[in-house]
Design a binder for this molecule. Sequence first.
Ligand SMILES: Nc1nc2c(c(=O)[nH]1)N[C@H]1C(S)=C(S)[C@@H](COP(=O)(O)O)O[C@H]1N2
Ligand SMILES: [Mo]
Length: 213
Amino acid sequence: MFSVKGSDRRKEEDRVKTEGRLPPGQSLTLKFPVLHYGPVPPFNPATWNFRIWGEVEQEQEWSWEAFNALPRETLEMDIHCVTRWSKFDTVWEGVSVNTLLKEGLLRPKPDTTHVMQHAEYGFTVNLPIEVLFQENFLLATHYNGEPLTPDHGYPLRGVVGFIPGREDLNTPYFWKGAKWLRSLEFMNRDRRGFWEQAGYHNRADVWQEERFG
Ligand SMILES: Nc1nc2c(c(=O)[nH]1)N[C@H]1C(S)=C(S)[C@@H](COP(=O)(O)O)O[C@H]1N2
Ligand SMILES: [Mo]
C-alpha cells in the first residue's frame, strides 16, 4: 500500500516528468531538505552588511535596513540539488543582480568574468558573471512568502534554478547559491569555491548532469 503522501509525490513527479522539467537522475521531493557544511550562523541586524567588491568601478555596502529598501522581485523556479532531490514551483523574493546593474549600483570593470559569493564562516561559491546576471539567479530574503528560516540561509542567500520554458538560461545545481551570503567579489579570472574545490563540477549544469568535476 502507498501512503497518501507517497502517491501524491509520485503523481507530482509524473507531472513534471511529462512537462520535461525533471532533469536526469533527479527525483521530486515535497519536503525542503537542509544541506550545508558547518553550523548555522547567528544574525545581528545592527552589524550585518552586504558588500560588492573586487573588480568593480566602485565598491558598495548596504546595511540590513538599506538592503531591504532596494527594488525587489519575485521569482518562481524549480531547484535541483546535486544529491538528487528536486523541488518544483518554489517562490523566492529578493533583489536581482540585474537590478543593481540597471540602477548603477553595480559597475563591474570591463575585464570582469566571474564572481565569488562569500558567505559566513568563509564559505564560497563561484559562478561566471553571465549566470549571476540571468533571470534565474536571485539574492533572496524570502521563500514562499516568508522570510528565510535560519537553516535555509536567513537573512540572505543566493538562489539559482530552472524557470520552466527557459532552456535558454544556464541552470546550475542548487549549491551554486550561497546561504548566509555576505558579499559578491567580482573577479577577472575564475577561482573555485568550497564545493568546487571538494570535487564538485565547476559549471554544474543540471541538464548535462555535471555533478562532479
Ligand atoms: N553557506 C553555505 N551555503 C550553501 C552550502 C553550504 O555548505 N554553506 N551548501 C550548498 C548546498 S550543497 C546546497 S544543496 C544548498 C542547500 O540549500 P538548502 O539547505 O536551503 O536546501 O545550499 C548551498 N549553499
Ligand atoms: Mo548540495
